[in-house]
Design a protein around this ligand. Structure first.
Ligand SMILES: *Cc1c(COP(=O)(O)O)cnc(C)c1O
Length: 232
């Protein structure tokens, strides 16, 4: 029997309803950056399996504290090349691969006895110069190189559209991502994940094709203000 956790359960229900309307299964990634291990433990006790972290050091410390639990860890923050080894050793998924340079080290450092590292290509869908993510025109080449790396498994695309108050603009960004995702999926077997939608727009993202939503605030409550886009 899972313990009760009302905030979490509300989100799970809303995702379930939106997924049913869309006629597609949708996974929840609980984004636990800046939250203590105890908060993760509570959400895990309510039934959550997959957690997302932005900072490698912080994630590894929490993973140690939670080593008694069977959890799935996703790296979702900007990745420096000197962190490839730790990501390959400590995570199940990397959602923020946005440049070719990261592929060889990730492949090299992924242990032979571990399953391949699941990888999403992060796309810069709104062309904001300050943000991470590859240009849409670079997806095909990155996908080809990831698919050719034996210790990596290409699973799809991730993006963080500009948090515009204009819902039509967000919807348009989600639609473009869906089209790009369909293109990649047509070319590679095993591509099944379109990671888009956060606390304030996940229902829209699901309506437009998300198969995974990444939710922090609506599951764990507000974070202390801190530069969340800092390189890890
Ligand atoms: C922080 C973060 C989220 C979650 O954002 P919320 O608005 O708190 O739901 C999702 N994706 C990425 C990449 C993040 O950095």
């Amino acid at each position: 029997m899972n313990s009760s956790n009302p905030g979490y359960e509300t989100i799970v229900k809303r995702i379930g309803a939106a997924a049913q309307r869309a006629g597609r299964a949708v996974r929840l990634l609980a984004v636990s950056k800046t939250k203590p291990a105890a908060a993760i433990r509570a959400v895990a006790a309510a039934g959550q399996h997959a957690f997302g972290e932005n900072y490698v050091q912080e994630a590894v410390a929490k993973q140690r504290e939670l080593a008694d639990l069977d959890l799935e860890w996703h790296m979702i923050g900007p990745l420096q090349s000197n962190k490839c080894r730790e990501v390959a050793q400590h995570f199940d998924w990397l959602q923020s691969l946005d440049r070719e340079k990261l592929i060889a080290p990730l492949n090299r450092f992924r242990a032979e006895n571990a399953p391949p590292l699941n990888v999403l290509v992060q796309v810069n869908i709104d062309d904001e110069t300050s943000k991470s993510g590859c240009a849409p025109g670079e997806i095909a080449e990155l996908a080809r190189k990831i698919a050719a790396a034996p210790r990596l498994r290409l699973r799809g695309l991730m993006a963080i559209p500009e948090p515009s108050p204009d819902l039509d603009q967000r919807r348009a960004a989600f639609r473009r991502l869906r089209e790009l995702f369909d293109g990649v999926r047509a070319d590679y077997a095993g591509v099944d994940t379109l990671s888009m939608g956060m606390s304030d727009d996940f229902e829209l993202a699901i309506a437009e094709g998300a198969t995974m939503v990444r939710i922090g605030t609506a599951v764990f409550g507000k974070r202390e203000t801190r530069d969340e886009r800092r390189e890890t």
